[in-house]
Design a protein around this ligand. Sequence first.
Ligand code: FAD
Length: 399
Amino acid sequence: MEEHDVVIIGAGIAGLATALALKKIGMQSIVLERSHDLRTTGAALTLSSNAWRALDALGVANKLASLYQAFQLGHVTNLINGTTQVMSFTGTIDSGDMGVRPLHRKVLLETLANELPPNTIKFSTNITSIKSQDQDITVLHLQDGSVIKTKALIGCDGVHSVVAQWLGLAAPVNSGRSAVRGLAVFPAGHGFKHEVQQFVGNGIRAGFVPINDTEIYWFITSCFTPREPEMARKPELILKEVTEHLAKDCPKNFHNVVQHSELSTVTWAPLMFRVPWNVLFGPAYGRAITVAGDAFHPMTPDLGQGGGAALEDAVVLGRCLASSPGNMSSGMERYVKERRWRVAGLITGAFLSGWVQQGGSGWSGWMVKLFRDHLFYRFVQPRIVNAVHFVCGVLPEKS
Ligand SMILES: Cc1cc2nc3c(=O)[nH]c(=O)nc-3n(C[C@H](O)[C@H](O)[C@H](O)COP(=O)(O)OP(=O)(O)OC[C@H]3O[C@@H](n4cnc5c(N)ncnc54)[C@H](O)[C@@H]3O)c2cc1C
């Protein structure tokens, strides 16, 4: 039977960043991941200045920022009346901020993983249940029948977290919306400016985000649910649904991007979130056990903040553990208290932002669209972008 001081479940953004934060404060951990390799579903994402600050605290911001250019502008085209509004990504940035940048998930995960000591990540390790042996030891049962004992456990195991369940956090809820994402590749160059393009219409929001000169990340959110469960697993059927139905009102350049998708990167996912009051008042720690990232605060992707919040979690947790030497549970309690209001605000902002931007039908849909088209992008969106700014602090380096 293996025994470890600290076990992290999940080698996603939260798990790897947390392992790195612990390494920085001189604490050894092991990361258990059920996949055979780093999981890069979603292909790419954008990170805002708060996330870059957290990456800076983890010591990898400059390495990543040198590969990806910040956005200055974005455009939102209304598919119903044809008007386009311009969004600035620079208006609220302080000097030294790294702004909003796209990046490949694979590059982000590999960069974090490469900073960890060899053999920190154990792949193909699926935790199926958790039991407490006594006050100080937690026992993890693996799918292959083996058992691991640990003094401290951090659940970074995503939206369907077994650790969150064990702690007693209420299950996440389905927003009724879903997202299709993909990565388009143009070997000879795509020719688009380095600007975010979005399209809003009746019940859909679509967009594309150039990553570099040859690759573009695209997405479409809607209330679509695959008719057959197997459709969700077949990228060619998902693409067909996008081109023939979901994006039928989108302009040619969006279709052009979608048609250049690498099939293996096309995925469909329901958009889940944890209700903010469960995050504010639910049991997010107990003994020396807590959760981070989507395991703690899954949110809809409408602010592009889930990954950024996971990086913030890692730094704040590292900081709190460093300030409670020898007492993991009190460090975790401080971390949860520090994070609750921040992440509940992000969940709420993301939900409202998605609801407004996607529009809707009927009388209420008409009101929402009126608000979206005349006020939201001009007055509310810049404030939301400003509000997501957050300084997670620095990690005390081990002496
Ligand atoms: C459509 C969409 C677009 C998004 N866009 C953005 C964006 O632009 N910017 C942004 O910041 N965020 C974005 N997000 C959110 C972001 O993807 C997530 O918040 C982020 O990936 C969460 O990371 P995580 O490590 O907490 O969870 P995950 O990435 O889900 O990682 C959890 C890991 O735990 C492993 N695991 C799970 N259960 C077990 C188990 N029992 N045993 C062992 N291992 C286990 C999984 O295999 C996985 O590797 C988006 C999300 C969606 C759905």
